[in-house]
Design a protein around this ligand. Structure first.
Ligand code: DOR
Ligand code: ZN
Length: 439
């Protein structure tokens, strides 16, 4: 008897955990039922000839501003942007208005996310000096990917900057904690060195490489002391990349596509406030160190740090302009362009955007093409040439720092648990996202 599937993906070149293989994939009840299918029938068949079939790509770092300001972004609009960009799961940051720091906020967000997301979603819970005792329970909540600590201040009010309280956070719970590691004391001490109305490039001088290294070193010392694993978000300097190599027993790290793509000071001259983010975009020496760390395995995950702000807020003079750049919709196209330019292998990109986040966050049933796993797929056309433009951006704020960039490589379809949610730049179906599961 020929087997029957809900969905068959025929003729694609698949990035399996053990390498590239031409294989047909059968999906049943939202999960991968077979890899390597012969004669079979299916309710729906996708011809992936000429396309690469990747495990569903994960953006483990987005700020969807929900609750807060839906005119800028919401879970509905941000996850729409995600699936247009070939992303099947996002992990959403807690620096919303109000921030997500307690059980009531988590319950509300769990319900709202499950009702409005177009892709699957994980939720960070923010640490504060007041909620430390509750973190051990909160990190086990449905859909919670990790506790997030802002050890240096950024957008919003979340901040735990001192060693004593960071150590208390580490001793409440056991899962890997995600850190914004810039050193708050050095940020405060240096702020007065720069004037209002200085050029936008002052942002990277104020938040200098030493600020990042100092913060990362302090957190790793405490992680060793307590035995609590750390994930350092958006590592941006050559010095940190060198430093973490000797601490991989306790630390995993994230890099952002922006820090591998935009180069200072040119980016500040060209983009003004649309180049301002934390940690800042830096010069060529750091960008080159970033690429070496991508290719030697130092980096564990890659994210967009999608952080939308209204245009008016981005166009204010430095330092009054808001920090943060959109990116969830452009992460995959920008990185595929880097693959085409020979800067990293497609298999390494999949490691960084699928297997990596699954390993680091303990994500269940996602991150690899394997029988029994969720039927999440990102189909990509490595040859398609397309211009990234503000007009394509689905986020209501309507801008991207990559406006005008011509890229080679584009997502052709996004499939979440067997449902085709994007095909040929069109979002399909109602919001069917669910909370991701974590160990
Ligand atoms: O540039 C940034 N923007 N860095 C952060 O840490 C937060 C983010 C935001 O939420 O705007
Ligand atoms: Zn962020």
């Amino acid at each position: 008897m020929t087997p029957h599937f809900d969905l068959l993906i025929r003729n694609g070149l698949c990035v399996l955990p053990w390498g590239l293989e031409a294989a047909d994939i059968g999906v049943r009840a939202g999960r991968i039922a077979a890899i390597g299918v012969g004669d079979a029938s299916a309710a729906e068949t996708i011809d992936a000839a000429g396309l690469h079939v990747l495990p569903g790509l994960i953006d483990p770092h987005v700020h969807l501003r929900d609750p807060g300001n839906p005119a800028v972004e919401s879970i509905a609009t941000g996850t729409r942007a995600a699936v247009l960009g070939g992303i099947t799961t996002v992990f959403d940051m807690p620096n919303t208005t109000p921030p997500l720091t307690d059980a009531a906020g988590l319950a509300a967000k769990q319900a709202h996310a499950a009702a409005t997301a177009h892709c699957d979603i994980g939720l960070y819970v923010g640490a504060t000096k007041q909620n430390i005792a509750e973190l051990a329970a909160l990190e086990l909540g449905d859909g919670v990917c990790a506790i997030k600590v802002f050890a240096g201040s950024s957008t919003g009010t979340l901040l735990v900057e001192d060693d004593e309280n960071i150590e208390r956070v580490m001793r409440s719970g056991r899962r890997r904690i995600a850190y914004h590691a810039e050193d708050e004391y050095r940020l405060q001490a240096r702020r007065s060195l720069f004037k209002a109305d200085d050029p936008y490039a002052s942002h990277m001088l104020w938040r200098d490489p030493e600020t990042a290294l100092l913060g990362t070193r302090r957190i790793l010392a405490l992680a060793h002391k307590t035995g609590r694993p750390a994930h350092i978000l958006h590592v941006s300097t050559a010095e940190e990349l060198d430093y973490v190599k000797d601490h991989k027993d306790i630390v995993t790290i994230e890099m952002l596509a922006n820090h591998l793509t935009q180069v200072a000071p040119e980016c500040y001259e060209r983009l003004g406030g649309y180049a301002v983010m934390n940690p800042p975009l830096r010069d060529k020496r750091h960008v080159e160190a970033g690429w070496r760390a991508i290719n030697d395995g130092t980096v564990d995950t890659l994210g967009s740090d999608h952080a939308p702000h209204p245009r008016a807020a981005k166009e204010r003079p430095w330092p009054s302009c808001s920090s943060g750049l959109t990116g969830v919709q452009t992460l995959v196209p920008v990185m595929l362009d880097h693959v085409n330019a020979g800067r990293l292998a497609l298999t390494r990109l999949v490691d960084l955007l699928a297997a990596g986040p699954a390993r680091v966050y303990g994500l269940v049933n996602k991150g690899r093409l394997a029988t029994g796993y969720d039927a999440d797929f990102t189909l990509v056309d490595l040859k398609r040439r397309t211009r990234i433009e503000n007009a394509r951006i689905a986020s209501p704020c309507g801008w991207t720092p990559f406006d005008g960039m011509m890229v080679t490589g584009w997502p052709a379809a996004t499939i979440v648990r067997g449902l085709v949610v994007m095909r040929e730049d069109e979002v399909l179906g109602e919001a069917g996202g669910r909370l991701a599961r974590f160990r």
